[in-house]
Design a protein around this ligand. Structure first.
Ligand SMILES: C[S@@+](CC[C@H](N)C(=O)[O-])C[C@H]1O[C@@H](n2cnc3c(N)ncnc32)[C@H](O)[C@@H]1O
Length: 211
């Protein structure tokens, strides 16, 4: 992805709303005592972008420390400039990379992360087995990952014109365009997580926003 961090930050209204709703849902799953006692020691935000949602996550869950990772150096620079806090650090990292090649700042979190959070990101990462493996290695025993990702548009849902559909079909067939039905995209992640040794507690579909 190559997005202008400043521009994305200006226009990411829907993503911010989704992030707020999602983290409120996560919070409502937790005992109030856990929040009040600041017992969430370490969180990770995969694909932190410009950092605005990361800050909301850190504040809402009252995390002792939150590490935001993003593949894009401009996003990391923007986040450091605008959403840095004593309990937030940002690291440039392609989270689809294999464990052995992750940055030392990320690998040193192995087995210690209480909550892995991600929103509007995982659909971009095609190396799903690596994502699942990295999450499994980072989570503390018994800890949870809360992952929200968008289904990529499927060409059959987008295109009604027969001729254009045929061109899309051809591009998919030769492998120049990746397009799968949403249920297949979800199944892929489910398979990757299960193969990576993660137990799926719940896999829900949201229409538009987390309620
Ligand atoms: C749509 S933005 C979402 C940002 C933020 N989570 C939010 O909800 O506003 C997707 C982010 O994922 C990041 N990203 C894409 N591929 C990634 C990868 N392989 N590893 C880490 N971050 C990635 C992009 O750089 C971008 O900042």
């Amino acid at each position: 992805m190559d997005i202008d961090a400043k521009l994305y930050h200006r226009i990411c209204v829907a993503e911010t709303k989704d992030g707020k709703n999602f983290v409120n849902k996560i919070r409502s799953d937790m005992p109030q005592k856990q929040i009040d006692n600041r017992s969430i020691k370490l969180c990770l935000d995969i694909g932190c972008g410009p950092g605005n949602v990361t800050k909301i996550v850190a504040d809402t869950l009252n995390c002792d420390m939150l590490v935001g990772v993003d593949i894009d150096p401009n996003m990391i620079a923007f986040a450091k400039q605008n959403y840095l806090a004593k309990n937030i650090a940002y690291v440039r990292q392609d989270f689809g990379a294999p464990w052995e090649s992750l940055a030392p700042q990320v690998r040193q979190l192995e087995g210690r992360v209480d909550i892995v959070y991600s929103s509007h990101t995982l659909q971009w990462i095609t190396r799903r087995d690596n994502v699942a493996d990295n999450i499994r290695r980072l989570l503390a025993p018994g800890a949870r990952a809360y992952l929200s990702y968008a289904g990529e548009p499927y060409y059959k849902d987008l295109v009604t014109n027969g001729f254009v559909r045929a061109i899309f079909w051809l591009l998919v067939w030769v492998g120049w365009l990746r397009s799968e039905p949403e249920h297949e995209q979800r199944a892929q992640y489910a398979r990757a997580f299960e193969k990576g040794g993660l137990k799926i507690v719940s896999h829900e579909r949201y229409d538009g926003s987390h309620k």
